[in-house]
Design a protein around this ligand. Structure first.
Ligand code: CA
Length: 223
């Protein structure tokens, strides 16, 4: 089955041009022009990648991107009209996988789509470090041994595990773990991570799966 790209763009000509190029490259594509339609579509159809324009009627691309990241790791390429904006977007830690500035050549967009899909696809190739996770039961096994994690520890591990190699700040982790937005401090995440690592190393003392990046945050990486 062809990979399905969602184009969220209100400029009709541009969107249909992108659609044509993607089709030539062997992708299937859908198009939405209203920001309000994006989330329902993504939840229902689960596209393989989203090209997301920043300026949209209905809702802006920033909010949409953040909200998608609340439930999905689908690759997102943000499209902006101003190159200066990319710096600001990076600073917001939206979790987008790439940024493209208008005007662009459709050929370039197709190349970036392919490269993001390749990169994120590699991440999905499981380098598990002997870990197996069952999100329904909140159960984590390391080399067959139950780690007996708390719900928060499980969520942290599961989230990092799904995005190996990617570094997350404490704030990003808090946003993912505490859906009710209550106030928790950075230290809370640190202490959960600390306990989690202790449980991991009790089973496999020589194996480091959760790495802390000094001053930045944490990532999952299996050797
Ligand atoms: Ca636009």
């Amino acid at each position: 089955m062809n990979q399905h790209i969602l184009i969220v763009e209100d400029e009709e000509k541009l969107a249909s041009l992108l659609g044509d190029y993607l089709k030539q490259a062997g992708f299937e594509s859908s198009r939405l022009e209203d920001g309000l339609a994006v989330l329902p579509f993504v939840r229902q159809r689960m596209p393989d990648l989203i090209l997301l324009d920043l300026m949209l009627p209905g809702r802006d691309g920033l909010e949409i991107c953040k909200e998608i990241r609340g439930f999905s790791e689908v690759p997102i390429i943000m499209i902006t009209a101003r190159v200066e904006e990319i710096d600001r977007l990076l600073g917001l830690e939206l979790g987008a996988d790439d940024y493209i500035c208008k005007p662009f050549s459709p050929r370039e967009v197709v190349a970036r789509v392919k490269s993001v899909l390749r990169r994120t696809g590699e991440h999905q190739a499981p380098v598990t470090g002997g870990l197996s996770l069952d999100p329904e039961r909140y159960q984590a096994l390391l080399h067959g041994q139950d780690l007996e994690l708390t719900a928060v520890e499980f969520k942290l591990l599961h989230f990092l595990f799904q995005n190996p190699g990617r570094i997350y700040s404490r704030t990003q982790l808090m946003d993912r773990i505490y859906s009710d937005q209550r106030i928790v401090s950075d230290r809370t995440i640190d202490s959960h991570i600390k306990k989690l690592r202790k449980k991991l190393s009790a089973v496999a003392p020589d194996q480091e799966l959760i790495h802390s990046i000094y001053g930045v945050g944490y990532k999952f990486e299996a050797p």
